[in-house]
Design a protein around this ligand. Structure first.
Ligand SMILES: O=C(O)CCC(=O)C(=O)O
Ligand SMILES: [Fe+2]
Length: 223
């Protein structure tokens, strides 16, 4: 299941990030890519040494943990490995799949779900679409600044070359409480259905039964 979350970052949060991001703090993007992805990753990203890095990671974390659609669809256990990536003219990230695990030792987390939050205004650069390679063809996504695309980490994907302008994005991964994407989708549908029943008819027997199924399946399928 792919979901697009419009305005996951408020205009204020976006401005706070734009105010500090500085191209002087960039390093080669290949430093964090898996050994095969290194061959096709040609971008830059914010250095872990940037003094404001933690502050802007916190802004993104807060926005995602307080977004009801993200919570409901993704069921995060941990939102991890946040990166701020940068592409200018000619930069690209070729077809790859994200690593299953990221981090070392106690910090090691599974990547079940990947996300990109677009940070640059889409008219300000040409190219730079995130392309998800689906069984029925390649699907390009280029969203408004502050909006996110969220997709299973099992998906092959790429970032089309930027032709002009600058593309900043915040990318990261989620270890979900529910590792199976089909289970996450089923839980999401049940949750959506029961909320719709609650809104139109209140706490009916149908609402209670769907809530019971939702809670019990979540117990069954979470790790
Ligand atoms: O910048 C993006 O939209 C995605 C980047 C990406 O695929 C990655 O960092 O693994
Ligand atoms: Fe990726």
């Amino acid at each position: 299941m792919l979901i697009v979350i419009p305005n996951v970052l408020s205009p204020g949060a976006l401005e706070d990030i734009h105010d500090v991001l500085n191209p002087e703090d960039l390093i080669d993007g290949r430093t964090t890519a898996g050994w095969h992805a290194k061959q096709v990753k040609a971008n830059r990203q914010l250095s872990p040494k940037a003094p404001y890095g933690q502050k802007i990671k916190d802004i993104v974390q807060t926005a995602l943990w307080s977004n009801p659609l993200f919570q409901c669809a993704v069921q995060p256990r941990a939102i991890h490995t946040l990166l701020f990536s940068y592409y200018d003219s000619g930069m690209t990230y070729g077809s790859h799949v994200d690593n299953a695990f990221m981090g070392q030792g106690e910090q090691r987390r599974r990547a079940d779900v990947s996300f990109t939050i677009f940070l640059s205004h889409r008219e300000s650069y040409q190219g730079g679409e995130l392309i998800l390679e689906q069984s029925d063809g390649d699907r390009p996504y280029k969203l408004d600044a502050g909006s996110a695309i969220v997709y299973p980490s099992s998906t092959l994907h790429q970032v089309a070359p930027v032709q002009s302008g600058i593309r900043w994005a915040s990318v990261g991964w989620v270890q979900s409480l529910v590792r199976n994407p089909a289970h996450r989708e089923l839980l999401f549908d049940l949750d959506t259905a029961r909320r719709s029943i609650f809104q139109s008819q209140g706490k009916t027997l149908e609402f209670d039964l769907i809530s019971k199924s939702h809670a019990n399946l979540l117990r069954e399928w979470s790790d």
